[in-house]
Ligand binder design. Structure first.
Ligand SMILES: NC(=O)C1=CN([C@@H]2O[C@H](COP(=O)(O)OP(=O)(O)OC[C@H]3O[C@@H](n4cnc5c(N)ncnc54)[C@H](OP(=O)(O)O)[C@@H]3O)[C@@H](O)[C@H]2O)C=CC1
Ligand SMILES: Nc1c(N[C@@H]2O[C@H](COP(=O)(O)O)[C@@H](O)[C@H]2O)[nH]c(=O)[nH]c1=O
Length: 627
């Protein structure tokens, strides 16, 4: 029996090249013999490489789990391009002794689930086995097929690489499997280690387009270009066929096959008359998109032949109506934009359900796309050729940067030799991590155990004009609170809170501060006075301020939410969600830019909410007893 760690190391060494390429496509996974039969998507136990592992301690468990999760990610990726807009799903079923009993992957949207295929392949070996899923199944159609397959087959444990990125599906399959007594472990939640973290990253990368879609309003975009060693993407005449080798161009066909659309600018159409098809004989062919403001495009072009694959021209509203008619007569769809820029166009295609876009434009449009922040990844083929020419185009046009310190640094950079060319790839923007950014997680769940760190939605509030802006201390809701022996009206919670810093100090200047803050014309002014006085004259601040400030705030919030019933209703409507004051600067009351803040304001609101919910359940109980 061999140690799985050695096995993994050997595999990785021998497959480094392939892995690098795969990574450059968006994956960070080792490539193994597929183990997938010719009919498509699953294998019985005796036809795949048998893996054995020593399961004698936690570390080996981690290595085994990581290895199978990476395999599930690899499998899931086999149909990339065909599943869109669904995720890429892969499933490996392993016996208790660590042998692969069955595998499956989602072939295309609407086909049998990866889990069902793996269960079929594993047959009787499913009972008591562990199923490895790169991603929690989603249940778009309410038929629970993936979960049912695992439950009915008697799978004992399920290891999930990442939770489903879409909020409405996130956590449901995991809950359902657990409710059937299956032990479910999610990487990064139940246990953590470097090897599992790497496996988790594979799972994030394999579905990067969907994860981006879940977190932003644009599809995942990859900018690809081929350039000479002296940084040109064409000769000064505009001629560019070809810079990169045939082998590299075959790789480009693969990239196209994984994308929902390929996009070029008007100049590339005029200069190259491209086809932009994925000419590898099978698989998915992406839509072709042309961005042209002028619509000064040729009448004859390969892209206007839509017999096999469609073309969409995105243009400026009102541009060359007669030419638009001509395109329509060819079957080319024309979409007009008020502002033709990469962001607007990407937001539009996001709404149309596109997950991944391959940009194969020249430097003019590439610069515009990078500047507008829509490009996530860059893939450059560098050919060992020199063409020269001061006017020859380069891959990225004007970005307005003047110092090297402004250069955009790629992350997770990979290098691979492809025939004579060098392929360099890396991310301009990281794949968003799905782990929650909830400030002070532990404390939050102590306050309100009903919220789950990995499933609850987070409601951010900050500025008063935001959706939940009324939760802000700056919201214009006056409160009546005690002051000395009397009650006073304070224009906002912020007024009351800031003034209390100086209350009870036997110094007339402190009293002046209180009055100045109380009569401040706006919460902003109250905050300014309170903060600057505290900084400049700390002797005016009450000595117990640090001990009482949370209580002061809590009393003020309680008064505000009790005074205004609609605010209380709004607070109750957020039950189950984590409340975070999205202040990037205030690391005590706010959540900070990346969850590093303590979020005391959010915590107090959740505490208040819990109390209100407790009161309402008691009163409901009393009512039902009375009836
Ligand atoms: N080696 C390689 O990998 C590649 C090389 N090339 C080469 O590059 C050259 C063309 O490069 P380039 O001129 O930069 O062409 P682009 O592909 O970048 O096209 C630029 C055109 O895009 C259109 N456009 C629409 N909206 C915008 C916007 N917001 N910002 C910028 N452009 C927009 C305009 O078309 P319009 O004028 O119609 O309004 C503009 O003229 C050719 O010689 C071609 O062979 C091209 C692609 C890849
Ligand atoms: N010249 C150049 C590329 N150019 C890109 O490929 C397009 C042509 O695609 P097609 O008509 O489908 O073959 C062209 O318009 C441009 O976007 N690509 C590369 O990988 N290597 C190269 O050397």
């Amino acid at each position: 029996m061999r140690d799985i760690r050695d096995e993994t190391k050997e595999e990785e060494n021998s497959k480094t090249k392939a892995a690098i390429w795969k990574y450059s496509l968006g994956l960070n996974c080792t490539i193994e013999s597929s183990g997938v039969n010719s009919s498509g998507h699953s294998c019985p136990i005796n036809s795949v490489e048998v893996k054995e592992a020593t399961l004698d301690n936690g570390r080996n468990h981690h290595a085994t789990d990581a290895s199978f999760i990476r395999r599930a990610a690899d499998l899931s990726e086999m149909s990339a391009g065909l599943t869109s807009p669904h995720p890429n799903f892969g499933c490996v079923i392993a016996t208790p002794s660590g042998k692969v009993a069955g595998e499956g992957y989602l072939y295309a949207q609407g086909t049998k689930s990866a889990e069902a295929l793996a269960v079929e392949a594993a047959g009787e070996f499913c009972r008591g086995s562990t199923a490895y899923l790169n991603m929690e199944p989603g249940d778009c159609h309410g038929d629970h097929t993936a979960v049912s397959a695992l439950v009915q087959a008697g799978v004992g444990r399920v290891v999930v690489g990442i939770r489903h990125p879409l909020q409405h599906l996130r956590g449901s399959a995991i809950r359902e499997m657990r409710s059937h007594g299956i032990e479910v472990n999610v990487l990064g939640e139940d246990f953590q280690s470097k090897v599992l973290e790497d496996a988790r990253k594979c799972c994030l990368l394999v579905n990067a387009p969907l994860i981006h879609r879940a977190c932003s309003r644009v599809p995942f975009s990859l900018l690809k270009y081929a350039m000479t060693l002296d940084g040109k993407i064409a000769a000064s005449s505009g001629h560019a066929a070809w810079i990169s080798s045939k082998l590299s161009r075959t790789r480009v066909f693969e990239l196209r096959g994984r994308s929902d659309a390929v996009i070029v600018g008007g100049n590339t159409v005029r200069q190259d008359d491209p086809r932009l098809t994925a000419r590898h004989g099978q698989g998915h062919t992406p839509t072709r998109i042309v961005m042209s403001q002028s619509l000064d495009l040729p009448e004859k072009a390969n892209l206007w032949d839509v017999s096999e694959v469609s073309t969409i021209v995105a243009t400026q509203r009102g541009a060359r109506k007669s030419y638009q008619k001509f395109l329509a007569s060819k079957g080319v769809e024309v979409v007009e934009f008020d502002m033709l820029n990469p962001r607007e166009v990407m937001e539009y295609f996001h709404l149309r359900g596109y997950l991944s876009i391959l940009w194969e434009c020249g430097g003019t449009l590439a610069a515009s796309a990078i500047a507008s922040g829509v490009i996530h990844k860059v893939v450059a083929f560098i050919a060992p050729k020199i063409i020269g020419g001061s006017k020859a185009p380069s891959p990225v046009g004007e970005l307005g940067m003047v110092e090297m310190t402004q250069a955009l640094n790629l992350i997770d950079v990979c290098y691979e030799q492809v025939g004579p060319d060098m392929l360099v790839s890396g991310f301009l923007q990281p794949v968003p991590d799905l782990l929650p950014v909830i400030p002070s997680e532990d404390a939050t769940f102590e306050i309100d155990p009903s919220v789950n760190p990995f499933e609850s939605s987070i409601i951010f509030f900050y500025k008063t004009w935001d959706l939940y802006g009324s939760f802000s201390n700056f919201s214009p809701h006056p409160i009546r609170m005690p002051y000395g022996d009397d009650y006073r009206t304070w224009s906002s919670v912020e007024h009351y809170y800031q003034a209390n810093k100086f209350v009870g100090v036997k110094n007339p200047l402190s009293h002046d501060c209180v009055e100045k803050i109380r009569t401040a014309k706006s919460p902003e002014e109250a905050a300014l006075v309170g903060r600057s006085k505290q900084r400049q004259q700390p002797e005016l601040v009450r000595s117990d301020w640090e001990d009482v400030k949370i209580e002061v705030m809590y009393m003020a919030l309680k008064c505000k939410f009790s005074t205004y019933p609609h605010l209380k209703t709004m607070l109750l409507s957020t039950a189950g969600s984590v409340l975070v004051e999205a202040s990037p600067h205030d690391l005590f009351w706010g959540g900070g830019r990346e969850g590093e803040g303590l979020n005391y304001l959010g915590r107090l609101l959740m505490q208040l909410r819990s109390e209100y919910l407790g009161e309402s359940s008691v009163s409901a109980e009393n009512t039902s007893l009375a009836l």
